[in-house]
Ligand binder design. Structure first.
Ligand code: FEO
Length: 393
């Protein structure tokens, strides 16, 4: 099965509906797509392959779309195995196939395919190089660390297509959504954000550089390696500009809590009520019960964050530690944070949280750390009200 984009270009990607964890860490309740594209002209170019889990389906899609033609080129935009697993199989099936990739990718290929002989089978391309296919061409732009060092994207000027590798991707399988094209990111936006902040969040500067580089190109359709093809290019670029700048997307307050026996959770819910009474939009996350990737995405999108946690083993309850560690490695920054700790004998969560925040860039604490003992008591409410004021100040 394949999706026609034009008379010469189609998507031969696959959907993986049985996958539980993408990259063995991100839940994908709606599955995952591994996109791949085919250009048929005087020369035939395959753009990327598939994850091995859907390798057989990808080969079947490719054969069907080729209609008897033989591919000349396999363009490797990104070498991560969710896109490259079928490179050796394609090379074996089509002995005249030339792999087109960056210098770094050429160096890394044997690491993944030690039994394959790449001698004379690779064409290395660099910034601004073109691959002529007949009446169509691809121009390459290097995109290091979006999201590996060997990544490149390509632009087809004749049809104004941007093959964007991991950039502009999303979690979720494509076919069950009803259309492989997406005009309005609306239904995909939350999963596109969760994908962006968890996969590329650390690399905002590199994403910004890529956007600068592509700014003058005429693009009518973005063809990413995951998720639907995007027809509203301006909206997608606007979102990526915002997300890669580490600026918040909205004025909401994320209240993220890690509670052992419910005392801290009750406080978090009460604080959320107080914030809402003051007109704030609140996102509540129980860090013990949601996957951390959702909370990471919320923290990037919300302007303010409240961290409420129990003390544990002379530190902070592990779900909060894990959340903050993820924020730290994703370079979360430029945010305002309030801290609440709970401790029945010697509260230690606040110090542990503040030590982790101190390792982040431009994260400012609003108000003093609020301490409760075992449960929230009536005497704590004035301080909680004051903290709600401080959060929104
Ligand atoms: Fe979709 Fe970085 O691989």
């Amino acid at each position: 099965m394949y999706t026609k984009i034009s008379d010469s270009v189609c998507c031969i990607g696959t959907d993986d509906l049985a996958l539980d964890l993408f990259e063995s860490q991100y839940p994908v309740p709606s599955g995952m797509s591994y996109n791949s594209y085919l250009i048929v002209d005087e020369k035939v170019a395959v753009l990327d392959t598939s994850d091995a889990r859907e390798g057989a389906q990808w080969l079947a899609n490719l054969e069907e779309a080729l209609c008897g033609r033989v591919p000349d080129y396999l363009v490797v935009h990104h070498l991560e195995p969710d896109h490259s697993a079928m490179i050796a199989a394609a090379m074996d099936r089509y002995p005249s196939l030339t792999v087109v990739c960056t210098q770094i990718a050429a160096r890394m290929l044997p690491q993944f395919f030690e039994d394959e002989n790449f001698e004379g089978r690779c064409m290395v391309v660099g910034e601004g190089d073109s691959l002529e296919l007949g009446s169509h061409s691809l121009r390459f732009f290097m995109a290091p660390m979006v999201h590996w060092p060997e990544v490149m994207v390509s632009w087809m000027p004749e049809e104004r297509l941007l093959f964007s590798a991991d950039a502009f991707g999303t979690f979720g399988a494509v076919q069950p959504s009803g259309s492989p094209f997406c005009r309005d990111l609306g239904p995909w936006k939350d999963e596109a954000a969760r994908y962006y902040f968890n996969i590329c969040g650390k690399y905002g500067a590199q994403v910004g550089k890529l956007l600068d580089k592509l700014g003058d190109l005429e693009v009518e359709l973005i063809c990413p390696l995951h998720g639907p093809m995007l027809t509203d290019v301006a909206q997608a670029v606007r979102l990526y500009r915002l997300w890669s700048s580490y600026e918040p997307e909205n004025d909401s307050v994320l209240v993220a809590y890690a509670s052992i026996h419910g005392g801290t959770a009750r406080l978090a819910l009460r604080l959320a009520e107080m914030l809402e009474k003051r007109g704030a939009s609140v996102v509540l996350r129980d860090l013990s019960r949601c996957d951390v990737s959702y909370a990471v995405s919320d923290a990037f999108r919300c302007r303010r964050t409240v961290l409420a946690a129990s003390s544990y083993d002379a530190g902070v309850f592990p779900p909060m530690h894990d959340f903050l560690w993820h924020l730290q490695i994703k370079s979360w920054q430029n945010r305002q944070v309030a801290v609440v700790q709970n401790g029945s004998w010697s509260p230690t969560a606040g110090r542990a949280i503040c030590d982790m925040l101190a390792a982040m860039k431009n994260v400012e604490q609003k108000g003093e750390t609020l301490t409760i003992r075992s449960r929230m008591h009536a005497a704590d409410l004035p301080a909680l009200e004051a903290l709600a004021d401080a959060v929104l100040s």
